[in-house]
Design a protein around this ligand. Structure first.
Ligand SMILES: Nc1ncnc2c1ncn2[C@@H]1O[C@H](COP(=O)(O)OP(=O)(O)OP(=O)(O)O)[C@@H](O)[C@H]1O
Ligand SMILES: [Mg+2]
Length: 321
């Protein structure tokens, strides 16, 4: 799939229009959300605690009722055509709640049966093997560790072979190695044509995996963008120079450059726009040379998605204040 800069989507697999949610308490958790998910993409929904991620996912999955607006899943309206829509969707919920006394295998079989799918033990076995749960298939869920329980939730969500998978904080409380295994599995699912929508607080995961990123804050979708475009647009680059001799202040001749002196004057940091054609580095280095400022080391860095995310949410807060 070639990433496009615009956010419009033809033939979206999920189409959310004018969606709002006010809980019975009177709290407005979602304010007019419009969102289209592309067929076959991995979409990461980022946002601070309480932003409305779980609310949005719960509405799409038919667990929470919307106050206004509409959602369709693979062409099926989630209210008028509930069963068909739900059949397309697998949900790995944020909260752990499993049938503690059931075995892993029985839970999966039952879940598949709920959707009226014919028995297919080979498929269920493959899912369990992919999730490194095959040797636990006869264990009661209550006897598994937290990370294993989370994997059981994924297995359960996949039991009816959904074409859309929602993962709400799937790797919270999962150890690093297993987290990487899980992302491998998500990639394989996607290669097999499954559309994946995930929320995560591990932003490097979104950076690693997602094709597109949506940022939600206080019930508003403040941005939806191709990941690469987002990082190019909002990313800043920095050049850090370790000086031979510390400076007391930035010399007059360099005052036109966005420079910062840190580390007791021994480090000079130059920030430039990652999008700009001309970085200005060559000219800066010439100026330094002319001023007799020598450096012993230099390195450049780009802002991470995490920094971009924090600044976006922060900006949103300032705009409201
Ligand atoms: N059943 C409910 N009744 C009233 N308010 C609710 C209910 N469920 C959620 N909320 C509120 O709606 C807002 C959004 O909650 P939601 O669970 O969607 O956030 P989230 O983005 O998933 O957060 P987190 O990152 O912590 O999982 C929060 O302020 C929450 O308190
Ligand atoms: Mg949540």
């Amino acid at each position: 799939m070639t990433p496009k800069a615009d956010t419009s989507v033809h033939d979206p697999i999920i189409d959310v229009r004018g969606l709002t949610k006010t809980y019975a308490s009177g709290f407005q958790a979602l304010k007019t959300i419009d969102l289209q998910i592309r067929r076959g993409e991995i979409f990461a929904l980022l946002g601070p605690n309480g932003a409305g991620k779980t609310t949005l996912i719960s509405i799409i999955c038919g667990i929470v009722n919307a106050s206004a607006g509409s959602v369709s899943a693979d062409g099926h309206d989630i209210v008028r055509d509930y069963r068909a829509a739900r059949m397309k969707i697998g949900l790995v919920p944020q909260e752990l709640s499993t049938d503690a006394f059931e075995s892993v295998w029985a839970t999966m079989r039952f879940s598949r049966g709920l959707f009226g799918k014919p028995r297919d033990d080979a498929y269920l076995e493959k899912v369990l093997r992919d999730l490194s749960l095959w040797d636990k298939k006869d264990n009661k869920i209550m006897t598994l560790s937290g990370g294993m329980k989370r994997r059981v939730l994924i297995a359960k969500a996949l039991a009816h072979e959904p074409s859309i998978l929602f993962l709400d904080e799937p790797t919270a409380g999962v150890d690093v190695e297993l987290r990487h295994d899980m992302w491998e599995m998500v990639r394989r699912l996607r290669e097999n044509g499954t559309t994946v929508i995930l929320t995560t607080h591990y932003i490097e995961e979104a950076e690693d995996m997602a094709h597109r990123i949506g940022v939600i804050n206080k019930g508003e979708l403040i941005l939806v963008e191709d990941k690469a475009t987002l990082m190019r647009k909002l990313g800043k680059k920095q050049l850090t120079l370790q000086l031979q001799a510390p400076l007391e202040r930035i010399p007059e001749g360099l005052s036109s450059y966005p420079l910062e002196l840190t580390g007791d004057g021994a480090t000079l940091v130059y920030t430039f726009d990652a999008q700009a054609e001309e970085t200005g580095i060559a000219a800066l280095l010439r100026r330094l040379h002319d001023q007799g400022i020598d450096f012993k080391d230099l390195h450049s860095s780009e802002s991470s998605l995490e920094e971009i995310f924090v600044s976006l949410v922060h900006r949103g807060r300032e705009a409201r204040a």
